[in-house]
Ligand binder design. Structure first.
Ligand code: ADP
Length: 543
């Protein structure tokens, strides 16, 4: 017998309609590409996204067509999302930090029909437009006065594009399982793979993530997503904020410490989210300027491991609570969030910190398990390492065009490619990406844990640990360090700092100082590049 409740489809554009009606005066503040700070309400965004939908419809865009965006976080970018999804088309966020050839490859693989782009990326568009035969319209997210002069056919300014529509447009009736968004993972192994979100998965993720023990936001918050909309849906914040009536502050192209601090201050931001490298920039700026963060209450850090020292500095020096989060593009993207369970809040701070450094515990709707090489499930004892598999309603069941099928098993589990532990309370700790694991004498060494400790040395800005060939042990860890500006430290000082805090056999065999470490388009340390650069590195004592 079926229940007698309504089948109200979970559609993304219902979020902006709800916001327009019930959070009409809340909205979005943008640091625009043109320069000024511009304010708009959810009511205005709902009206303008209907115009986007209508104009796309008039341009012949059909249900299921992919419409690309190459853009920073701005109100206009948000309008395109709701407009695109409102006609049943699929917003395809492309990471502009990729090489132009990769961008062209992705746009062609997705068969994008339209490309919305910020003027910052006009040179990229000019370079690749001729290689994108399927794109029939290039829309610069600006007005006519700022339209870039590039030799691209069918180029139009966004404001002109939507001026042709009167906004009298009814959203399409869609199945909630209809495709809604597309985002390619970085493809550090092989070509990038497309993750195709549905309306249902996006709405569910927002519902799952919004709770107090999730992102912990409410309609009284002002949220600054530094994490880009092209990095896995800005971690759901572009849906969650209008859903609950929180204000959004969109940073545009300026993601440096000074610019972020200015927005946090002037817009009285209460919650923000980004990858650790962004926070490294902000903390360095705060230290140099002596500024405080009087309004900010919470920062979500994910995408790479948040070092203990970073968490501690935010919490004890600036009074800002850190929520360490883990997820993947394939998970819409949130998996675990590191809020404290009952009992832990009364514990001394160092004990709490031990939990905050872990990647967190799963939201409802995220199943986790660890498996060994033989595929058998491993113990949840906080010690046993294994491959982390996940399952849930906002997790991919396959990649676009059926690629990468081996990551999905018959029981619906997706292999994250991460190696982790799970403890009795459900807290998960990532030890490494499987491909970055250091295998020494048949045992695994966690590069993340050593990196975490290394950056707690006062002179260290950033650290990476990679495995380097060793004739006896197969691999031994090499610690690569970027020092803070003006700071000094020797190899032995760094090693002394680690000594006693990790198992002896985990101690790096050597320390190398470099000026900078390269990051991927989603802010991760490029371990693959480091391993290539240090492939012939001779460790001390090795002939
Ligand atoms: P991409 O693969 O394109 O860089 P993703 O954001 O999807 O983008 O990357 C997901 C991966 O990032 C995870 O599988 C994990 O390895 C890593 N990751 C995400 N959050 C954390 C975290 N808090 N700690 C450690 N690793 C993390």
């Amino acid at each position: 017998m079926l229940g007698l409740m309504q089948d109200w489809p979970l559609l993304v554009h219902k979020i902006i309609d709800h916001a327009a009606l019930y959070h009409a005066q809340r909205g979005v503040v943008t640091r625009t590409l043109e320069g000024p700070i511009v304010r708009t309400t959810y009511r205005e965004i709902a009206i303008r996204s209907r115009k986007v939908a209508q104009a796309l419809d008039q341009a012949g865009i059909k249900e299921g067509d992919r419409v690309a965006t190459l853009a920073w976080n701005t109100a206009r970018h948000l309008e395109t999302w709701y407009g695109i999804t409102g006609i049943g088309a699929v917003y395809h966020t492309i990471n502009p930090r990729l090489f132009p050839e990769q961008i062209a490859w992705i746009a062609n693989h997705a068969e994008d029909r339209v490309l919305f782009f910020d003027t910052t990326f006009a040179p990229i568009v000019a370079q690749i437009a001729a290689e994108l035969p399927r794109v029939k319209l290039f829309i610069a997210l600006t007005d006519r006065a700022h339209l870039p002069e590039i030799p691209v056919p069918n180029l139009v300014a966004y404001e002109d594009f939507i001026a042709n529509a009167n906004g009298d447009f009814a959203w399409r009736e869609l199945d909630e399982r209809a495709a809604c968004g597309l985002c390619y993972t970085s493809g550090t192994t092989g070509n990038p793979k497309g993750v195709l979100y549905s309306h249902r998965s996006n709405v569910l993720l927002s519902l799952m993530a919004g709770g107090v023990d999730g992102m912990g936001v409410s309609g009284r918050d002002t949220i600054l997503p530094v994490v880009p909309m092209f990095h896995a849906n800005a971690w759901g914040l572009a849906f969650l904020a209008p859903m609950i009536g929180a204000n959004l502050v969109m940073p545009g192209a300026k993601l440096d410490g000074t610019s972020i601090c200015e927005l946090l201050e002037t817009e009285r931001v209460t919650m923000t989210a980004a990858v650790p490298t962004v926070w490294l920039g902000l903390l360095q700026y705060l230290e140099a300027s002596g500024k405080q963060l009087p309004h900010l209450r919470r920062v979500v850090i994910g995408g790479s491991a948040a070092p203990r020292s970073m968490i501690e500095t935010f919490e004890t020096k600036y009074g800002v609570e850190v929520i360490h989060a883990w997820g993947m593009t394939e998970m819409s993207p949130l998996g675990t969030l590191g809020t404290l369970k009952p009992g832990l809040e009364e514990q001394p701070y160092p004990r709490q910190l031990e939990y905050k450094v872990k990647q967190g515990r799963p939201l409802f709707g995220v199943e986790l398990k660890l498996v060994g090489d033989d595929g058998r499930e491993l113990a949840r004892d906080g010690k046993t390492f294994g491959r982390l598999k996940v399952r849930g309603p906002a997790i991919a069941k396959g990649y676009f065009r059926g690629e990468g099928a081996s990551a999905f098993d018959d029981e619906g589990w997706f292999d994250t490619g991460d190696v982790a532990t799970l403890d009795e309370d459900g807290y998960m700790t990532i030890t490494d990406r499987a491909k970055d694991v250091i295998k020494s004498g048949g045992e695994w060494i966690s590069s993340i844990e050593i990196e975490n400790l290394a950056v707690s040395h006062p002179a260290v800005a950033e650290a990476a640990v990679i495995g380097v060939h060793h004739p006896k042990w197969d691999e031994r860890p090499l610690l690569i360090v970027v020092l803070k500006q003006g700071a000094t430290a020797t190899r032995d000082e760094i090693l002394d700092h680690l000594s006693g805090k990790i198992a002896k056999w985990w101690m790096p065999d050597d320390v190398v100082f470099v000026d900078s470490i390269a990051h991927t388009a989603t802010g991760k340390i490029q371990k693959l590049e480091l391993r290539k650069s240090f492939a012939n590195y001779r460790l001390p004592g090795v002939a």
